[in-house]
Design a protein around this ligand. Structure first.
Ligand SMILES: Nc1ncnc2c1ncn2[C@@H]1O[C@H](COP(=O)(O)OP(=O)(O)OP(=O)(O)O)[C@@H](O)[C@H]1O
Length: 694
């Protein structure tokens, strides 16, 4: 095994030590996915190129974020008094785009807004139940959907002047290097910050909605397209606005629910960067944490006894107290925004309510409303009893049944209240992979063939391999914890000592403790770990900026799982590669994955066969709905449990084998090189490193 070959896949040697580290990838300048042509403002003096070109054309020193004064040269200033949270808010308000311009911008960025009118659906149901005859007139939910054309965010430069964004929040965005809004931000931010301005009064009247009361919102946008900012910015701004206008007290105003602890940690960290110096407190829910909730359980025993999912196996967060003691002794945590997994908050709540919460965000909302999390998610939703509660649901995939479930839940809640419109935004083609990813399906005759193919990716020594050329770091997905552990054990001695040895590869899954999980995520983010073997635990939401490739060692068990897994690469407009191994066992279940790949490539404008040859797509068998459901719940049967281990060798045997292999390689190298010359060695090594771009 040649260490230089491994290193040339992406690592750079640090000057200070013999260790090789990756540098975290810098933030991309242009994170937008779609740049369809033909969008220009009609007025010559206002040729704002809708976010992108606007920021590109400008001298960086003249950037909006550099100054608190809005630039009026690009937008027509009309006298209008803006009541805002800050004295710094300008006294003029820029004009908005006219109807044609709005439509052009939305079209060019492939944004589609639909009013999912749950009151219409309700009417339809009432009609149906009253007249059960076949010929009874019914309104299908589909007919009730209406297209909306709200104002988009022309550029980040508009946030403060037109949409009343807090200047401090704006500064924090600038400090984080955000310059151009992504599509989902372009579409969501106006309707979430000021829906009454974003949706014109004429459109609102035509559709029979009153956006001044706010909206419920559902966004379906590709992985890595910046959904986190799209929901964080409005809620942080809401807190600041309330502080300025109503009360300075800290009240729990927003709950963000996510499926995993890793994602909760990531969002809390992002939130903290955006809330710096604002006084807004964003907190991650921990075991034993108390919240200012109303109502008490009949019994507060067994607070944590219900744990069944991945949260259940984990130790508590660094405390010696057991969970019950913590619950009794802790004083309520004061926070404006809480980030939690459904289980942690559900366990605390029982029958308590959270009357102050006005925004409930379901990030990865589709999975939160599926069987595994449904009960706890609905429990949290019903605990948010404030009549002003607004729901915001985000994901890269959203089945029609989930939309219907949301709509039905809202109908139930709204029965005694005013009906709040549910607006859906879809960016690009729904339920497809992000267009910046290249896909490859690789057939392996046996399980051992998969191991061989993965080794070809990690240590590219043969040109005959059918695997794509992938740079490190990579994520490798397996079907079960047992398989992730076995694969990690199999590969951990593959990395030569000169390259960092076994520490370069790790396995992350839900059987590990909280602290072990956090440590692995931290080391993978910092570039210490180059190959991370994991399960579907990590498939949603996690943002590792530098990941250049994803390997589906085991085929994902649904099309949505494929979209999310491969979405760990190709983020924010960066390129990425997704390689999926399949064996004969997978063939019956491959069709939906092959379809997603084909749709995604079409969307990306690729005309060749790409990842899925046409003959394969056409010849793959279809499976029934029941089989699909079973596959999603259980995976491929032959890979469950310990039945089909990745390898049969013990760790000791592998280490011995590996040491032998390395010793032979070193001896061969010495023979070839002749007398030792360190300087020459170093020079030739430097030449061979391709290295990551700084
Ligand atoms: N306007 C922007 N300009 C540059 N980078 C951005 C911008 N918005 C977000 N990003 C970056 O894009 C990356 C992906 O963002 P984020 O994690 O919010 O994606 P996502 O849509 O939530 O993805 P997923 O569906 O996988 O959860 C992050 O590194 C984030 O910092």
């Amino acid at each position: 095994m040649d260490v230089l070959k491994i290193l040339s896949r992406g690592a750079k040697k640090t000057s200070s030590s013999q260790a090789f580290e990756f540098k975290p990838a810098p933030r991309v300048q242009d994170p937008q996915l779609y740049h369809d042509k033909g969008v220009k403002r009609k007025r010559d003096d206002q040729d704002v190129q809708f976010g992108r070109a606007h920021a590109e054309d400008e001298d960086p020193s003249l950037d909006f974020f550099a100054s608190r004064e809005p630039k009026q040269s690009k937008l027509t200033a009309q006298p209008a008094v803006i009541e805002g949270p800050s004295k710094d808010i300008p006294k003029t308000e820029p004009s908005f785009l006219d109807d044609d311009e709005v439509r052009q911008v939305l079209r060019s960025h492939r944004l589609k807004f639909t009013l999912l009118s749950h009151h219409e659906d309700r009417k339809a149901k009432i009609t149906k139940s009253k007249k059960k005859k076949k010929d009874a007139p019914t309104v299908k939910p589909k007919d009730a959907k209406k297209i909306l054309f709200p104002q988009p965010l022309v550029s980040f430069t508009q946030l403060r002047a037109a949409w009343k964004l807090s200047p401090r929040l704006e500064d924090n965005l600038a400090d984080q290097g955000y310059r151009i809004p992504t599509e989902v931000q372009l579409g969501s931010l106006p309707v979430l910050i000021r829906p009454e301005k974003a949706i014109s009064t004429t459109a609102a009247a035509e559709l029979g909605i009153e956006p001044e009361d706010g909206i419920h919102f559902l966004a379906v946008a590709p992985t890595g397209s910046g959904k986190t900012l799209a929901f964080l910015i409005p809620v942080i701004n809401d807190v600041l606005r309330r502080r300025a206008e109503i009360t300075k007290d800290r009240v729990l105003e927003t709950i963000i629910v996510v499926p995993t602890r890793e994602l909760a940690e990531q969002i809390t960290n992002e939130g903290r960067k955006l809330t710096k110096n604002t006084g807004v407190k964003i907190v991650m829910m921990k075991r034993g944490m108390r919240l200012p909730a109303e109502g008490r359980m009949e019994s507060e025993d067994n607070e944590e006894s219900n744990s069944e999912s991945e949260d259940s196996n984990d130790s508590s967060d660094g405390s010696d107290l057991d969970a019950n003691e913590q619950v009794k002794e802790a004083t309520p945590t004061r926070a404006d925004i809480l980030v939690t997994t459904p289980l942690l908050l559900g366990n605390f709540l029982k029958s308590r309510t959270l009357p102050t919460v006005r925004s409930l965000i379901l990030d990865e909302g589709d999975v939160l409303l599926e069987q595994r999390f449904l009960e706890q998610t609905l429990q949290i939703w019903s605990a948010c009893v404030n009549p002003s509660l607004r729901l915001r649901c985000f994901s890269a995939t959203m089945g029609a049944h989930i939309e219907e479930l949301i709509s039905n839940q809202l109908s139930k809640r709204d029965r005694d209240n005013r009906v709040i419109p549910l607006v859906r935004l879809v960016v690009g083609l729904k339920d497809t992979a992000v267009p910046s990813i290249g896909h490859k399906l690789v057939y392996c005759a046996t399980e051992q063939g998969k191991l061989f193919a993965l080794r070809q990716i990690l240590h590219p020594q043969s040109s005959s391999a059918s695997v794509p050329d992938m740079s490190l770091p990579i994520l490798v997905f397996t079907q079960t914890i047992e398989r992730a552990t076995a694969l990690h054990n199999e590969l951990k001695f593959d990395f030569p000592v000169e390259a960092g040895g076994p520490s370069r590869i790790a396995a992350l899954h839900s059987s590990l403790s909280d602290s072990a999980r956090s440590d692995i995520v931290r080391r993978f983010r910092s570039g210490e770990i180059w190959a991370l073997v994991t399960t579907d635990l990590l498939m949603r939401g996690l943002d590792f900026r530098g990941v250049s490739g994803v390997v589906n060692y085991d085929v994902p068990t649904s099309a949505a799982a494929y979209v999310h897994r491969v979405g760990r690469t190709g983020r924010a407009g960066r390129p990425g590669i997704a390689c999926t191994f399949y064996t004969n066992d997978d063939v019956p279940y491959l069709k939906s994955i092959a379809n997603v790949i084909s749709q995604s490539e079409k969307q990306a404008g690729k005309t060749d066969d790409g990842g899925v040859p046409k003959w394969l797509l056409e010849s793959l068998p279809k499976i029934s709905k029941e089989e699909k459901k079973k596959l999603k719940q259980r995976g491929i049967e032959s890979r469950r449990g310990n039945a089909n281990k990745i390898t049969t060798k013990s760790a000791w045997e592998r280490r011995k084998e590996n040491n032998r292999r390395e010793a032979i390689a070193r001896s061969k190298k010495r023979k070839l090189e002749g007398p030792n010359d360190d300087t020459q060695d170093q020079e030739s090594a430097d030449e061979e490193w391709g290295g990551l771009d700084d």
